[in-house]
Each structure stands twice: as structure tokens, then as C-alpha cells.
Design a protein around this ligand. Structure first.
Ligand SMILES: Cc1ncc(COP(=O)(O)O)c(C=O)c1O
Length: 410
């Protein structure tokens, strides 16, 4: 270790880490991180509203929102005040002990999730929510099979990864959990051919996120619901990415009046804190006590943040705002005349631009222009800005997107 990195490593253990330079941060993460993440060449150290600042003092418009987590932007004052009050009161409390914040959150979730869902398993991430949904579906039905969709993404733990279709996520980790069949998305006859007597559940995203920002049609979703009703399979809807206002409704199910048996939640649920949940309908019956659990699940700190998040989403009418701005963005993007654009898709502030080329150079150009964006697969540019973004701020993002699309086309 050089003197410089030794000093940096020491600084990282103290409050002086706030003074680490970009190159020291990049170097420490390259040396001591797992290596599984492809890293961008900037280090983010602060966030305020829809902007984030890097260690060199440069501010960026954040149209990635921590992969769709920061729906309220960064540092929302009501989340901060809920967090500091709860941190001073009680941070940890295993679910075996009932707790006031958790009880309030459970009741609140029952009031806002689609009708028929009124019990919740609380956990810490999207993949855990999916994992729990798969386990509960097997227990409730006594069946073992699952039908999932091509291009679907449900997480990285073994069960959720088995539901995930893409080979690039799966192949290094085979063998995965048996019993999963993947069929074409938005193709009802394909699902009808795959669901059988041993199907415990069908799992679907209302808008495929990682798979390229692809909204399912209402007819398809209604068809899946009817198929599950006919065959006794359960319907798992994965709203880890679409939930909490992202698509212009609090939950994307509401666009189609869809009633899942299990609803998976995560990402934006707790204003940036790690939290996930699976909502359970009556078809789940009684789950055996002790059959599943999580040390951090339902901890009072995350519950307090989730309650504040739901308050802000409601009081600031953020789903409605996302719907309006999403329409505006889709209109603007559809009018962009750049030969490299193959298609523009989205719902609310979940926006995808499918390209005729790979997306990575465009993400780099956007970063240089001061905008953080995301890929959704190799050829789709994805925008997931905070729902608190103003029209003027969104126009700045879209101006930058338009410019890089046009420049790249030349
Ligand atoms: C639809 C969907 N489900 C599940 C997950 C997994 O969530 P996490 O990364 O919190 O485990 C993701 C993550 O992107 C997702 O988009």
C-alpha cells in the first residue's frame, strides 16, 4: 500500500472520510469492494432534492435515483425528521416483539395497497420480498412450479434469480432452484400453455424494469388473473420498481384494477432506507409460525421512514405529479428525431428509450453533461428521476438526453 492510500484507508475509518478525494475513493473501492459492480468514474458524497454532488464538488441532476429508490429525492426533510426522532427512540426490535411504528405501518399499508391485501411480511430488499413470495406460494398451494416471464427481473438470491430470465444474470450460478418455466412476456397463450396443475404461482412485473421498460397490456394482466383463478395458481406481482408512485399511481396495479395474491415491494418504500415487503391476500391462508423470518425485517427505523414516505407521497400528490410529468416526457421523447432511437416507452416517471446501439457510451456522455441515468439491458436508456422533480428540471434532463441522442447519431 502506498502512503497515500494508507492515509486514505485510515481516513476512511474516521469522520475525515468526508475529505477523501475522488481518486482515493475510487481506489479504495476498487481494492476492497467485491468487484461485482461495474463502477462509474465519479464518487457521490451528498444529495439534496433531485441533485447529487461528487467528491470534487460537481453537482449532477439525478435521473437514476439510486436505481429507483429516491422517489422523494435526497434528504427529504420529513423523512429526515422521522428518522432522527425514531433513531433516538428505538432502532432495532425483532418482529417477535410487537412495536408501535411497525403496527402503524402494517395498518397503513393495508389501507393503501390493492383491495384484498391486508397482511405483510416485512424485509430489507426487493429480492427478499420475491424470495418470501415464492416460499409462501409453495406453502399455500402445496405446489412447486412457477411460471415467470422472459426479460423479467426479480433479484439475485437463488429463488428470485431462478424467476429472473436473462442468462447473463443466471448462468454463472447454476444450478438454480428447479421448477421455473419462462414464457414470452405479454403473450397470454404462452402463459396458458405453461400453467398447469403443479403451478404454485405466476410472477409478473406490470412494467418490466431491468428488462427494458416494457409495460404489460391491461388485457394480458386481466388474462393472467383469470388464468390463475381457473387453475388455482397464485398471481405474484413484482412492484419492487414500479411501486410507491413511480408509474403515476401509488401502485402500478391500480392502472389495471389488478388484484394480486402477493405483491412484492422494495426500493422506494422507506425513503432511501433498505426495506422490502410482500403483501398477502386471503388465498395465502395462515402461514406456519416460525417458517420464515428476517432479523432486520420490520425494524422500527425503516418503519418510521416508510410511514413518512407514504405521508409525503400522499400530501405532495407525487403519483399524480409523476403521471403528468411522465406524459410530458413521453411526448418530448417521441418527438426527438434521432435515427439511433428505435422506440420510446414508459409509464409515469419510468421512462425507456430503446436504441439501435449499445447504451453505455450515451450514459457516459450524459454523465459528462451532468445527468445521471441508467441502462435497462444493453440497448435501453432508462430514466427514473425522483418524483419530486419539477418540470423545468425534467426539461433540463430531457434537453441533455436529446443532445446526446442527436450528437451520437451524427
Ligand atoms: C422488479 C424488481 N424486482 C426485484 C428487484 C430486486 O431488488 P433488490 O435489488 O432490492 O434486491 C429489482 C431490482 O432492481 C426489481 O427491479
Amino acid at each position: 500500500m502506498t502512503d497515500a492510500t494508507d492515509n486514505a484507508a485510515r481516513a476512511a475509518t474516521t469522520e475525515a472520510s468526508a475529505a477523501l478525494t475522488t481518486s482515493a475513493i475510487l481506489d479504495l473501492e476498487a481494492r476492497h469492494g467485491s468487484g461485482v459492480y461495474p463502477k462509474r468514474p465519479i464518487a457521490l458524497v451528498e444529495g439534496q432534492g433531485v441533485r447529487v454532488r461528487d467528491a470534487d464538488g460537481r453537482w449532477f441532476l439525478d435521473a437514476a435515483a439510486g436505481h429507483g429508490v429516491a422517489n422523494l429525492g435526497h434528504g427529504h426533510p420529513r423523512v429526515l425528521s422521522a428518522l432522527s426522532a425514531q433513531a433516538a427512540r428505538l432502532v432495532t426490535c425483532a418482529e417477535t416483539y410487537p412495536n408501535d411504528r411497525r403496527a402503524a405501518l402494517l395498518a397503513r399499508l393495508a389501507g393503501v395497497t390493492p383491495p384484498g391485501l391486508d397482511r405483510f411480511f416485512l424485509c430489507n430488499s426487493g429480492t427478499e420480498a420475491v424470495e418470501a413470495a415464492l416460499k409462501f406460494a409453495r406453502v399455500a398451494t402445496g405446489r412447486t412450479g412457477f411460471v415467470a416471464l422472459q426479460r423479467g427481473f426479480h433479484g439475485r438470491t437463488f429463488g428470485a434469480l431462478s424467476a429472473t430470465a436473462e442468462k447473463r444474470h443466471r448462468d454463472a450460478f447454476a444450478p438454480l432452484v428447479p421448477g421455473f418455466t419462462h414464457v414470452a412476456f405479454d403473450d397470454l397463450p404462452a402463459a396458458e400453455a405453461a400453467v398447469g396443475d403443479d403451478t404454485a404461482a405466476v410472477i409478473v412485473e406490470i412494467v418490466q424494469g431491468e428488462g427494458g421498460v416494457r409495460p404489460a397490456s391491461g388485457a394480458y394482466l386481466a388474462g393472467l388473473r383469470a388464468l390463475c383463478d381457473r387453475t388455482g395458481a397464485l398471481l405474484i406481482v413484482d412492484e419492487v420498481q414500479t411501486g410507491f408512485g413511480r408509474t403515476g399511481r401509488l401502485f402500478a396495479c391500480e392502472h389495471h384494477d389488478l388484484r394480486p395474491d402477493l405483491l412484492c415491494l422494495g426500493k422506494a418504500m422507506a425513503g432511501g432506507l433498505p426495506m422490502g415487503a410482500v403483501a398477502l391476500g386471503a388465498a395465502l391462508g395462515t402461514l406456519p409460525p416460525g417458517s420464515h423470518g428476517s432479523t432486520f425485517g420490520g425494524n422500527p427505523l425503516a418503519c418510521a421512514a416508510a410511514l413518512a414516505t407514504l405521508d409525503v407521497l400522499h400530501d405532495e400528490r407525487l403519483p399524480e405529479h409523476a403521471a403528468d410529468l411522465g406524459d410530458h416526457a413521453l411526448q418530448r421523447l417521441a418527438a426527438v428525431d434521432a435515427p439511433m432511437v428505435r422506440a420510446v416507452r414508459g409509464l409515469g416517471l419510468m421512462l425507456g428509450i430503446e436504441l439501435r446501439t449499445r447504451v453505455t457510451p450515451l450514459l457516459k456522455a450524459l454523465l459528462e453533461a451532468g445527468v445521471l441515468a441508467l441502462p435497462a439491458g444493453p440497448t435501453v436508456l432508462r430514466l427514473l428521476p425522483p418524483l419530486t422533480i419539477t418540470e423545468a428540471e425534467l426539461d433540463t434532463v430531457l434537453d441533455a438526453v436529446e443532445l446526446v441522442l442527436r450528437s451520437a447519431a451524427r
